[in-house]
Design a protein around this ligand. Structure first.
Ligand code: TYD
Ligand code: MG
Length: 453
């Protein structure tokens, strides 16, 4: 008889049947905690009387092949969801405390409600009065969203059962508790059990359930990575404190592409959608300055232009600093190594700082060439042409590799008034773009063309 796992790693969500000091899956120390088994599975019991009815794929009617969706009208949110909210699905919205999750979801709830959905917003963090005050500030008092302040899951499920809403928002999963689990709210056991109850309730009753989860400093959902495994869609709300931009990013999505992003701006009256993120991310760009390079990137399905800023300065210590914000530190080390060994440009004894303006986080591999350009420009103290957009992936050999969606990148750059593009060599002859195209075969050629005498 298989024993149900009763230990879970709080860092990666892996389950095991015995305790150990180190998680065998992710290697983290002191992260294994005991949890109550979620429900009595069939293991150990006599087989049930009823049996499931298997289907073949061809049995599915066309209506079932595409899940029923409801659009909120907030385009940036609908896109990240994969084209709208799917019925009977569970969505987790994670993010740092104070980033704007409650604001986003209250606004979204109001839009769904105005569209005719029955919506309940259940908060375990604020009283109904506080939510009303927030709604007032956001100008949402006319919206027919039902508000409740509760943390006891038994009460909440009873309410949901009686009210039968189409959408329920639970803010936040860390404040919910089950009286059958004897540990404090926010503990792994509680969060895991609460998420399990809520997601299975959503599936059973055909409700769309949105769970809010706080993320810890280390980038984990406080305690339970486990919740990520239980829901259909995981969205992260990102942004830097002090910047008004917020990016909603699909981390996992059973009903749409992952890595899709929606861009918002936090204002005094809540979040507003940013229809043209490139213009926003480039808005702080001043006069052409050394160390600044404009990257023509793709985030999800959409082209986004943004600015890489680099600073290179003599290091006062024998261990020069490599500091990077909004990009991968390992990737920066690789670009520095390639510049050094293939182009003979040394960065030894120099501190290197790199960041993405506006607090955006870039994961597109095509950013390599823009980063190399920013680094070289900073090191040589020579500004790049301010009307050039740059993209291309760099390999260890120093070759500049072609990347996906060249046309879309060029189109976006042209729309924003750029007149030239620095890019990899074309695989095939592209259409007319209206930009001056400067194709580069490898990094030495690029360095020679832009920084040579
Ligand atoms: P909130 O949605 O409470 O964050 P979370 O639920 O992720 O913890 O947002 C809190 C921050 O947003 C707070 O610092 C104030 C700011 N804010 C605005 O700037 N404008 C607004 O209209 C609202 C409601 C909040
Ligand atoms: Mg909140």
């Amino acid at each position: 008889m298989a024993k149900s796992p009763s230990f879970v790693c709080t860092a990666c969500g892996a389950t095991t049947s015995k305790w150990s000091g180190r998680c065998e899956t992710c290697g983290a120390w002191n992260t294994i905690e005991e949890v109550k088994p979620l429900s009595d599975g069939p293991g150990g019991k006599a087989l049930g009387k009823s049996r499931g009815t298997p289907l073949t794929l061809t049995d599915l009617s066309s209506a079932e092949k595409e899940p029923p969706r409801t659009v909120s009208g907030v385009t940036e949110l609908d896109r990240v969801l994969g084209g709208g909210l799917v019925k009977a699905s569970a969505v987790l919205v994670g993010g740092d405390p104070g980033i704007g999750k409650s604001t986003l979801l209250l606004q979204a709830a109001a839009r769904f409600a105005r569209g005719g959905m029955k919506v309940m917003y259940i908060s375990g963090e604020e009283s109904a009065g506080q939510i009303q005050m927030r709604a007032q500030r956001l100008g949402l008092t006319e919206s027919p969203v039902q508000l409740a302040a509760a943390t006891n899951l038994r009460d909440i499920l009873t309410t949901l059962e009686a009210e039968a809403p189409d959408l329920a928002v639970i803010d936040s999963i860390q404040t919910m508790w089950l009286d059958t689990v004897d540990s404090a709210p926010g503990s792994v056991s509680q969060v895991r059990s609460a998420a399990h109850e809520l997601t299975s309730f959503a599936k059973r009753r055909g409700i769309s359930m949105v769970l809010v989860g706080h993320v810890t400093k280390e980038g984990q959902l406080a305690g339970p990575r486990v919740v990520e495994h239980m829901v259909d869609t995981v969205l992260y709300f990102e942004g830097e404190r002090g910047h008004q931009f917020r990016v909603l990013r699909a981390h996992k999505n059973r009903f749409g592409p992952a890595d899709e992003i929606g861009v918002f701006e936090m204002t005094g009256r809540g979040l507003i959608e940013v229809k043209n993120p490139s213009a926003l991310f480039l808005s702080e760009r001043g006069e052409p300055a050394p160390g600044s390079a404009v990257f023509a990137g793709i985030e999800g399905s959409r082209p986004v232009l943004c600015e890489f800023q680099a600073l290179v300065a003599p290091s006062p210590t024998s261990q020069p600093r490599r500091s990077v914000l909004g990009w991968d530190g390992g990737r920066l080390a690789m670009i520095l190594a390639v510049l050094e060994s293939r182009c003979g440009v040394a960065f030894a004894g120099l501190d290197v700082y790199l960041n993405v303006a506006g607090g955006l986080r870039i994961s597109d591999p095509a950013a390599d060439l823009a980063v190399a350009a920013a680094l070289m420009s900073a090191r040589e103290d020579a500004a790049l042409p301010s009307d050039a957009a740059i993209f291309g992936e760099i390999s260890l050999s120093g070759a500049i590799r072609p990347v996906a969606q060249t046309e879309n990148r060029l189109k976006e750059a042209q729309k924003l008034g750029f007149t030239q593009a620095i890019l990899p060599q074309a695989r095939k002859r592209g259409g007319e773009s209206g930009l001056e195209l400067r194709h580069m075969a490898d990094l030495p050629a690029f360095v020679e063309a832009l920084f040579g005498e």
